[in-house]
Write a protein of this length. Sequence first.
Length: 426
Amino acid sequence: MPIFALVDCNNFYVSCERVFNPRLVGRPVIVLSNNDGCAVARSNEAKALGIGMGEPAFKLEEIIRKHGVEVFSSNYALYGDMSRRVMRTLARFTPALEVYSIDEAFLDLDGFARRDLDMYGREIKSTVERWTGIPISVGIAPTKTLAKLAAHLAKRSAKAAGVLDLSGPEYRDRALAAVPVGKVWGVGRRLEEYLRGHGIDNALALKNAAPELLRRKMGVVGLRLRDELNGICRYPLEEAPPRKQSVTVSRTFKGEIASLTELAEAVSAYAAAGAEKLRAQRSVAGVLVVYLMTNRFKNDYLYDSATIRLPVKSSYTAELIGRALEGLRKIHRPGRSYKKAGILLQDLGREDMVQASFFDPVDRRKAARLMQAVDTVNGRMGSGTVNYAAAAGLMPGSCRSWKTSFKRLSGSFTTNWKQLPEVNCG
């Protein structure tokens, strides 16, 4: 029987800020989304004040002022680096690891069944917290779904103290009864309403639900979920993440933008980021979609897009930028102000299986070497070290109003030599 451990970093963005700013420990802290719009991470102290996930920052001004809430912009460079440190530490405890998200990972503990898994989970927890400063919760179980539920309970139970082992069946039903059905992995809001309408209020009731009831609403996915809750593994470890079927890069602007120059820079930057994502998973795209949106809260809301099929599937940044700008010029309407822009890359394929064209004007081998060099430099020196002028705000008349705003950004403590923390020994 397989054994999984789900490691979940507690309030991850907030915990990253606290590692390098200890005065934040015990204080209410929130981290905001792009353009400092909404709360996307909250400390337990902030949650206790009633601050909800996704709540707009402008609605929190009174609470922030009254309770001295510490507010930060999302520091993706810091969080990404801290996540890599956590995952490298976890890799020491298992022969196989699936990085599920920036703050979660599944560990294969199949070969550790003869050990005291609760003690092993606590060793994992103490090591990660000692080596990285990030507090974690650990859930252990024979399926991924049960491991997620165990970690959910471990985070909230004082008795569990951050680690809960449900690998044995003796306490499993009691634990499932304590988890609302909406907290089960894979149960969204609409499905939760459907299940509650049929008297299924918690994970235990879902485990014991009639298979036909789940099949009607969820198909085979519902039956697999039921099996997982009954300790039958339906989702094995995925050490290599599946290739994405499409790549999207888009942003909502802080204000509205009418200038074609500014929009062109934004779209160029998104195309460059999309190309980098393609190369990271060794994919190429055959279709590029560029789109613009006006403010959807206004009466004259407008969405427009242009779809361009590439003659040869590509991840070459210069080519994708050129095609994106070609599409932008088709859909831009002078005099209109736009609130959002984005690109979508579709019809993805493997980079080593590209159908060549006799009339292809691009030297693909030369382009591949150039992109490899750019990715290597940016990987070592930081994202954006080498960039295209069209995407870097270097065009005449640029004011980069499309650039995402981070007014409360903390330092790049682990990725920028000039921002390393200083210790005062005096």
